[in-house]
Design a protein around this ligand. Sequence first.
Ligand SMILES: Cc1cc2nc3c(=O)[nH]c(=O)nc-3n(C[C@H](O)[C@H](O)[C@H](O)COP(=O)(O)OP(=O)(O)OC[C@H]3O[C@@H](n4cnc5c(N)ncnc54)[C@H](O)[C@@H]3O)c2cc1C
Length: 429
Amino acid sequence: MDKIVIVGAGVAGVNAATKLVDNGYPGELITIIDMGNDPYKRKPEEVMTGFLGAGGWSDGKLTYHTAIGGHMSKYCGEDKAMELFNEVITNFKRFHPKPEEVQCSNPEAEPDFIKPYFGLRLFPVWHVGTDYLHEIGKNWYDYLVSKGVNFEWNTKVEDIDFENNHVLTHNTHLNYDKLIFAVGKSGIDFAQELAKEYNLPDEPKPVQIGVRFEAPQHHFQKLIDISYDFKLYRKFDNEGVSLRSFCTNNNAAYVAVEETYGDHSYNGHAKKDEAYRNNMTNFGILMEIQGIDDPFEWSREVVKKLQKNGTGLYYSPTRKPSTTSEGGEVTATQVDDLTDFYDAMDGFAKYIMDFISDMKRIFPTLGSDWGIYMPEVKYLSPEPLVNYENLSLTAYPNIHFVGDALSARGITVSGAQGIYVAENVLNNN
Ligand SMILES: Cc1cc2nc3c(=O)[nH]c(=O)nc-3n(C[C@H](O)[C@H](O)[C@H](O)COP(=O)(O)OP(=O)(O)OC[C@H]3O[C@@H](n4cnc5c(N)ncnc54)[C@H](O)[C@@H]3O)c2cc1C
């Protein structure tokens, strides 16, 4: 039987190990190395490291839909992805001191008034409860230890020799037959170093670019009452373009300037304190475009073209840029028309402007009372190319990438990827 080393005791690594020992795999053949602490020693300020990783100190919301939280169904199909999500949720319940308190919030049906123009993404979420995650962690850890799984805590993996199958830490080197690489967001730099060192090919990524839209909140209130962080979307399959509203902020909602690679782009945030209430709403209107040859370079060019006087652009038929939460102006050069936007976006600006026109139909008071900050952009981090049947690297079939280190963005998908790999290991031993 294979000797398995799991780098990262986060959500993905722990779910993988659990699947293995649940099915009789000898725990003694599994070693999990983590740079953080075991659940008994882990301190609240250790947000990203230790048993259950970032998931251990998270909000404990387990999303339950294949369109949310990263990629699973692209590897294994919808039905299998949902089956794996169920397994992750069952694991959280199983080690929960009060499993009956794990509840699923049921979204309401899509309201009729938006239907002709947009879809509204509503998805179920299981709530584990932050307060219980520590207890879950301890119970879960005890189970794995009882099954013989070896843990190395406070041990950072510094290098991995893919050719000779060993993992290097500051004081040891450990051989493996199979490696599960589950380092999460806290290990993303390490993952990128390895990708460079071993020249790992990437998954082709779509472009994600658009604008940050802002308007007084009352125009959107009837939708906000149904879904605070509403997600409108539409898709043009034949044109390889889809659009969605992204990261909605309300009540005390501010637009923020981001500086990436020396250029300005926009994002938004909401303050919790009532003192900051400005009764505004802002959200990204992001477009995902498939089939652009070098999406990173293309996006960089678009962003560059949308800079004027050292910052991004603002357009509104009637309004001025808003103030920041500190009371200053949001840095943006106001333009009188959208010529620069149409020029920069290479034929794709029309999708955004159609989205806004249709919002005016479903929110009839909106009219000209809105503004857009240009651009909003997401530079997607490279994702190593893996074999879809077991998430192993195409050039190194005994090395499996899982969780946020691959393509997950949340707990359910990370756990599901771990279990998926474990199933493959079980089938081949
Ligand atoms: C504050 C916060 C709240 C969140 N809330 C939610 C939520 O409510 N719902 C949700 O779905 N998602 C949430 N997330 C995201 C979720 O926690 C992650 O998507 C998930 O934990 C990723 O699982 P993973 O196993 O890939 O990585 P992680 O859980 O991050 O685990 C990675 C582990 O690898 C270890 N590691 C990294 N590098 C090395 C190295 N070189 N050597 C040894 N060990 C290493 C780390 O110590 C860590 O324990 C939240 C994230 C944060 C930060």
